[in-house]
Unconditional design. Structure first.
Ligand code: XIL
Length: 362
């Protein structure tokens, strides 16, 4: 049950924006680097999730985003809490800034996410009958997908609707979904319909974590997709978040990729990072060359599996969950001295970056 703390912490700290790490590991910093880049090596889009404040104020961050990536996802700025802070208020400022940055630099924007069980508290306090709840979901999806129509390429329409055992999250506590509880289990299909109506050209994804090594969850997602196909509900892609650790078994990643790819939908590794603390508190964790090589190998394996097992026409791309170790949500929510990303705090390439390049070249 190593995923439990991750989820609980995500719920608890949803409102936080990336903060400063309290402990600084010391990965090697190279002063010169080659012209090889992630986006120049990959035959599919390479993305990073971004924070609008860092993008606006930190040139080293911006430079690294631009040099290595041709796709971006807002890490938080397109979620309910940011875009829709109270029932009648929408605030697109931060998200629009990210879209403008992408447009100026000819990058793809992937939207994350229209509907999630983690949301602002005003939703839990919302009062109304089932029609009012339906209207709340519909209005949000129509307003947000409509606002970004033609500007975002794709949406994670629904995020994390299933539990690890493959059942639908349905209920009122933090780990459950108020949407299923208020709207019934078919809310997912209606969310996809509303999104497609608001932006008919957007590529629509179902996004979740932990399919790797979890046949029950993968099976639930595959049967959702098959059901949608039968009923003509628009769905075009599956996102595997791919928040993994050194202990993640690559065979499990490969099985999930094969089963999800068999649906024929596009496949996105949507939030890749490889944490070093196995989703546990581990204050004794330090950077070491030996561990960094293991991390490099894990990045290589995942990227290589994606490249080999997903047919080119279904490769939507790979997105890392933020850019440098200092920006990672793992530091913020789980372990302050973790170093889960391909770039260090100063945005220098780590062995993990070389692992991605190796995987992309295979
Ligand atoms: C995380 C962000 O990275 C954090 O900054 C925020 O405090 C909580 O959410 N699955 C998802 C992402 O789909 O939206 C989550 O992002 C990480 C887990």
């Amino acid at each position: 049950m190593k995923k439990l703390p991750l989820l609980v912490l995500t719920s608890l700290f949803l409102a936080c924006k990336p903060g400063q790490p309290t402990v600084t590991p010391t990965p090697p910093v190279s002063t010169t680097e080659s012209d090889v880049t992630l986006k120049g090596t990959a035959p599919f889009p390479m993305g990073a999730s971004v924070d609008p404040g860092l993008l606006a104020n930190k040139s080293a961050y911006r430079d690294r985003v631009l040099k290595e990536h041709n796709s971006i996802t807002a890490e938080n700025a397109m979620k309910w809490g940011w875009l829709h802070p109270s029932e009648k208020v929408f605030d697109f400022k931060d998200a629009d800034g990210i879209v403008t940055f992408a447009q100026q630099n000819k990058m793809r924007v992937h939207g994350h996410t229209l509907l999630w069980h983690n949301g602002p508290t005003w939703i839990s306090n919302f009062y109304g009958d089932s029609l009012a709840w339906e209207n709340l979901m519909k209005t949000h999806i129509e307003t947000v997908a409509g606002h970004f129509k033609g500007k975002v390429a794709s949406w994670d329409v629904v995020n994390e609707a299933f539990r690890d055992n493959g059942t639908l999250r349905n209920g009122f506590d933090t780990d459950n979904s108020i949407w299923a509880a208020k709207l019934g289990p078919d809310y997912i299909a209606r969310a996809f319909r509303y999104a497609a109506a608001a932006d008919p050209n957007a590529v629509l994804f179902y996004n979740d974590y932990g399919q790797e090594g979890n046949p029950a969850k993968t099976a639930a997602i595959v049967s959702l997709v098959n059901d949608f196909k039968k009923r003509g509900i628009p769905i075009h892609g599956i996102g595997l978040q791919m928040h993994i650790s050194l202990s993640t078994n690559i065979a499990g990643v490969e099985t999930a990729l094969k089963e999800l790819t068999a649906t024929g939908l596009k496949i996105h590794l949507s939030e890749l990072d490889v944490n070093m603390s196995n989703f546990q508190k581990n204050p004794a964790l330090r950077y070491s060359d030996a561990l960094a090589q293991q991390q490099r190998e894990k990045y290589r394996q995942v990227v290589s599996a994606y490249k080999k097992l997903v047919p080119a026409a279904q490769q939507f791309g790979i997105t890392n969950w933020n850019v440098g170790d200092g920006d990672s949500w793992i530091r913020q929510l789980i372990q302050p001295n973790d170093w889960p990303l391909p770039f260090d705090e100063g945005y220098a390439r780590k062995p993990a970056w070389f692992g991605m390049i190796d995987g992309l070249k295979e």
